[in-house]
Write a protein that binds this ligand. Structure first.
Ligand SMILES: [Zn+2]
Length: 87
């Protein structure tokens, strides 16, 4: 019986950025709330866990969106590096 050598390949699945938690303070009571990146980027509303105020999640100047772009670029770079080792 011929035994093949075992070969492992590393694959990198992109982290689920939309589900990543983001913390922000309620503009009314200052309570630290947690939303997801997807909610912020989608400019959804969030209800403060302490005072119940409806907060519109505003990504001012798209600063968060830019960070996400940057992370995605780095993940792609990492994919390329891992690909080199799998060759
Ligand atoms: Zn509040």
């Amino acid at each position: 019986m011929k035994v093949n050598s075992m070969e492992f390949r590393i694959s990198m699945t992109s982290p689920d950025l939309d589900a990543t938690e983001v913390e922000f303070n309620c503009p009314l009571c200052g309570f630290e709330n947690t939303a997801t990146l997807g909610e912020v980027l989608g400019r959804e509303t969030h209800i403060c866990a302490r005072c119940g105020r409806v907060i519109r999640l505003e990504d001012e100047g798209d600063s968060l969106a830019r960070k996400v772009d940057e992370i995605n670029r780095r993940v792609e770079d990492l994919d390329k590096i891992i690909g080199r080792y799998n060759r």
